[in-house]
Design a protein around this ligand. Structure first.
Ligand code: PH2
Ligand code: MG
Ligand code: MG
Length: 134
């Protein structure tokens, strides 16, 4: 069992509803239990095109999955919640990023953990700080 931190973000549609539904789907994923959720806060978009403000937060989970399988489950939830992959850093109904996976390091074409941009993203650090991870 490994404790992981997942960054969640949304800036399209009913942002809070997408985040709530993502947390619910994550909690019903086999091999995952949701432990704590930071507050959900509004942030200005960083990078990408001109786009609406985000709601962001951080979710703490325990998991028995391997990092790549957790990544696949997160991608399936994104797809189920209408995520359409367009422009890099563009607007999205839901984004679920693995920030930390215990102390593990992953460096593959599909997945890099810890997330390489944690320290330059206040919208992620805020949630991690609340949960005592930054
Ligand atoms: N995600 C990005 C790029 N920019 N800005 C904010 N405020 N919140 C995000 O979640 C976010 C972003 C790429 O995933
Ligand atoms: Mg992201
Ligand atoms: Mg992402």
């Amino acid at each position: 069992m490994v404790t992981c931190y997942i960054g969640v973000g949304s800036n399209l549609g009913d942002r809070k509803a997408y985040i709530d539904e993502a947390v619910r789907l994550l909690g019903s994923t086999k091999g995952v239990s949701v432990k704590r959720i930071s507050s959900i806060y509004e942030t200005d978009p960083v990078g990408g095109p001109a786009q609406g403000r985000f709601l962001n937060g951080v979710i703490e989970i325990d998991t028995d999955l391997k990092p790549i399988n957790l990544f696949k489950e997160l991608s399936a939830i994104e797809e189920r919640l209408g995520r359409v992959r367009g422009m890099k850093n563009g607007p999205r109904t839901i984004d679920l990023d693995i920030l930390y996976f215990g102390r593990e390091r992953v460096d593959t074409a599909d997945l890099v953990v810890p997330h390489p941009r944690i320290n330059e993203r206040e919208f992620v650090l805020k949630g991690l700080r609340e949960l005592g991870k930054a």
